[in-house]
Design a protein around this ligand. Structure first.
Ligand code: LMR
Length: 320
């Protein structure tokens, strides 16, 4: 049986990490694309040469030609520029929108049947634009956001409670920006919701509030530390989790920036919600019940994403 083909658009820090993870997990043959000559070729060869020690087979190709992504089953898009300390993700909108246009057209021409995962920021607006430029079905184009934000939330909670992250579940919804919505009522340790753990005296509301804020600032914390780029290990791991759910039809329940029409009172837009990912892409958007405070936070986040989408339309008239 032919191995799946995974096209990674962008061979920077995240692209290289994605390629290595896909190799180690033997998810399929990897094509690493970038406009920078030599970079994707060098990284692909380097990863292939790690195969004998790690013990994986597969084909790894670096390219500057979109034609080489032909027939890809999965495309993961990291092309574009990362933010620098002091910048918000939204500051990248103009520059990365242009990149999404050429990436979207490349995918449309060469990999129209792929499941497309966007990582480029500002995430929710870029996944929307990528979908518009590529014309692929909405359920096959998705943004990696909630998986990463929830992983950060889980890590901070596991540290606070001194337990394994395996026993911590967490949901972060909304846009992948400063307005994201970490949902404490839907996050648990060993199935016990966080508000109950406060009542039990295992932590305090203040401490939880600090963790929620640290989760919201999680990307900026790494940018401030790295100084010359943004996070890449956790974003790559999150996207690979989504790609694996699709390729292996795992029916995983994962929060991600999906196209939502009908649920959450939305009339068709991309925002972070819980979804089921399987062989058909986004197979289901799960609408959870929210109280008034949670609804207000979600609405604020939705409004922020809508503002960015309007800004995209103002920059590129083909999007209006
Ligand atoms: C992240 O959350 O790590 C990414 O969105 C990158 C960034 O700029 O924060």
């Amino acid at each position: 049986m032919a191995r799946p083909k995974i096209a990674l658009i962008g061979a920077g820090q995240i692209g290289g990490t994605l390629a290595h993870l896909a190799a180690i997990k033997e998810l399929g043959d990897v094509v690493l694309f970038d406009i920078a000559e030599g970079t994707p070729q060098g990284k692909a060869l380097d990863i292939a040469e790690s195969g004998p020690s790690e013990g994986f087979d597969g084909s790894f190709k670096g390219t500057n030609d979109y034609a080489d992504i032909a027939g890809a089953d999965v495309c993961i898009v990291t092309a574009g520029v990362p933010r620098k300390p002091g910048m918000s993700r939204d500051d990248l909108l103009g520059i990365n929108l242009k990149v999404m246009k050429s990436v979207g057209e490349g995918i449309k021409a060469h990999a129209p049947n792929a499941f497309v995962i966007c990582i480029t920021n500002p995430l929710d607006a870029m996944v929307w634009a990528l979908r518009e430029f590529s014309g692929l079905p909405h359920e096959k184009v998705v943004g990696m956001a909630g998986v990463l934000d929830s992983a950060r939330f889980r890590h901070f909670l596991a540290e606070e409670f001194g337990v394994s992250m395996r026993d911590v579940t967490a949901f972060v919804l909304g846009g992948h920006g400063d307005t994201m919505v970490p949902l404490t009522r839907y996050s648990t340790v060993a199935g016990i919701p966080l508000p109950d753990l406060v009542k039990m005296g295992w932590t305090t509301q203040d401490k939880l509030d600090q963790i929620v804020q640290r989760t919201r600032d999680g990307g900026a914390e790494i940018v401030a530390l790295l100084k010359t780029g943004s996070a890449f290990y956790a974003p790559a791991t999150s996207a690979i989790e989504m790609a694996e759910a699709y390729l292996r039809d795992q029916k995983r329940v994962l929060p991600c920036a999906a196209y939502v029409k009908g649920a959450y009172g939305l009339d068709g837009m991309y925002v972070g919600v819980p979804t089921v990912i399987g062989a058909n892409g986004i197979e289901k958007v799960i609408e959870i019940e929210m109280n008034a405070d949670e609804q207000a936070m979600m609405q604020k986040s939705i409004d922020a994403v809508k503002g960015l989408v309007e800004a995209c339309k103002g920059i590129d008239s083909s999007l209006s």
